[in-house]
Design a binder for this molecule. Structure first.
Ligand code: SF4
Length: 462
């Protein structure tokens, strides 16, 4: 794959025999030129799909729900204005993310698992002709059961199919003879007939052995890509692709909260009430600590300060807010001398005059708070005991609390936060929490909607 800045865009299609498949096998990088902006944009679109799949798995969605989720996500994010470019977008985005996710063991593990899940559900949605074509394409060496052998086994195959509510075998259907140890899922759930060491696998069950092939190929490919990345690509592309690749795995993909467009202003008189009812736990913890200790270290001031800016707190109000707290600890004079600059800086009024952006969950989760710091993500950085206490204070019921703790323990921090949101507000948040300002904005919308519905029903009664 060659990355260019030009408009040149050769097309590429994937086909096998007479059957055109919508699923590429990603065996080799595309031999086409890619515009630099497509390189990043396609990868971001795929990453949105992968992250939501990961979220669906962590939520314990059932296979049918996952199938629908994958289908909807794919349609929503992986379209292209030109139909002929859809396959290219699929292949290019996969290979860009290979580069992004080949770089550490943890990244490889995540990508392998989610791409395999994506493949599994896309495969399930394809026709049996495509399944057959993919088997050939993958060079899977299992024998097709001959007509004579099929007739001899028909009764046994019918019995098994009936017992697991599979379509009954017909003489024009395909069965494969597979060493039984290669389809442990089917054997364990007694969904295949076994004889002399072979499992007789119906065409609609082949996903069971296609997936290990796909997974093993991708796993090896990721290790090879990593070698190429470290020995060559990273250095060669240090001024062009490397910064994009390195930023993508931690990039925030949601709306921009650098300006408080949606929420309007946050007034000082409401700030305590909003903090209590609508802040996510990370910000609520910083806010409460500031109110109690009248001080926060640099990391906390940045995390909370930028969040409040994104929430619509104007510069004058922000200065008044921080000064009221810090003055009680360090005195007004020292605040003006040492701390006011940092606040004006966040609003782009000092230094390089950059308008700093509120931190996303990814950035907060990856921060490393030291002793005495209060920033970071509580689902990652709190002890279990502290997390339980903090969630209890937010009003999370004890049943929901166990779920949240379990997600935090298994490192699904944003999902833990999403479950907290759902428990506190009693309404679902299917897109998941990706940004503290998104949590705030969604909370405020939900609270507003509840208020309106209470007012409406009250008016109805009058
Ligand atoms: Fe804050 Fe995001 Fe962690 Fe929630 S998941 S507590 S919003 S950093």
């Amino acid at each position: 794959m060659e990355v260019v800045r030009s408009q040149k865009k050769p097309s590429s299609a994937f086909a096998s025999a007479d059957v055109v498949s919508n699923i590429p096998l990603y065996r080799s990088p595309p031999t086409l030129e890619v515009r630099l902006e497509d390189f990043e944009r396609f990868a971001v679109d795929r990453l949105l799909v992968l992250r939501r799949i990961s979220d669906g798995l962590a939520r314990g969605k059932k296979p049918d729900e996952m199938e629908k989720l994958v289908n909807d996500l794919w349609k929503a994010n992986m379209r292209h204005p030109q139909a002929s470019e859809v396959i290219n977008k699929d292949i290019i985005s996969h290979f860009v993310l290979r580069l992004v996710y080949c770089r550490t063991e943890e990244l490889r593990k995540w990508f392998l698992s989610i791409e395999t899940t994506l493949f599994r559900y896309r495969f399930r949605l394809e026709s049996s002709d495509v399944h057959r074509a993919l088997m050939t394409e993958l060079g899977i060496p299992y024998k097709v059961v001959t007509n004579a052998e099929f007739e001899g086994l028909k009764d046994k195959l019918t019995q098994v199919a009936r017992s697991v509510s599979q379509p009954l075998p017909t003489s024009d259907g395909t069965y494969y003879k597979v060493p039984f140890e290669e389809v442990p899922e089917l054997v364990a759930s007694r969904r295949v007939f076994i004889q002399k060491g072979y499992a007789y696998v119906a065409l609609n069950q082949v996903v069971s052995f296609i997936i290990p092939h796909f997974r093993s190929h991708l796993s090896k490919a990721l290790v090879l890509t990593n070698r190429k990345w470290t020995s060559m690509i990273r250095e060669q592309e240090k001024d062009r692709l490397t910064p994009i690749v390195e930023a993508l795995s931690t990039s925030y993909l949601g709306p921009d909260y650098s300006q408080a467009k949606e929420l309007g202003e946050m007034s000082l008189k409401d700030i305590d009430q909003v903090a209590r009812t609508a802040f996510p736990l990370c910000m609520r913890h910083l806010f409460d600590t500031l109110r109690e200790d009248h001080h926060l270290k640099h990391g906390g001031r940045m995390q909370l300060g930028l969040f409040l800016k994104g929430a619509g707190l104007k510069l004058d109000d922000a200065l008044a807010f921080w000064k009221a707290e810090f003055s009680q600890k360090v005195g007004a004079e020292r605040f003006d001398k040492e701390y006011a600059y940092g606040i004006r800086h966040n609003y782009g009024k000092e230094g390089k005059r950059t308008d700093y952006t509120p931190y996303s969950c990814q950035k907060i989760i990856l921060s490393t708070p030291g002793v005495g710091d209060h920033h970071g993500c509580p689902y990652r950085h709190f002890s279990e005991e502290n997390l339980r206490a903090a969630l209890g204070k937010m009003g999370v019921s004890s049943r929901a609390l166990d779920d949240v703790i379990e997600k935090a323990k298994t490192k699904h921090y944003q999902l833990a936060c999403t479950l907290t949101y759902e428990a506190v507000h009693g309404s679902s948040c299917d897109a998941g929490i990706n940004h503290p300002n998104q949590y705030l904005s969604d909370s405020q919308k939900t609270l507003e909607a509840k208020k309106l519905s209470t007012q409406t029903s009250f008016t109805d009664v009058q």
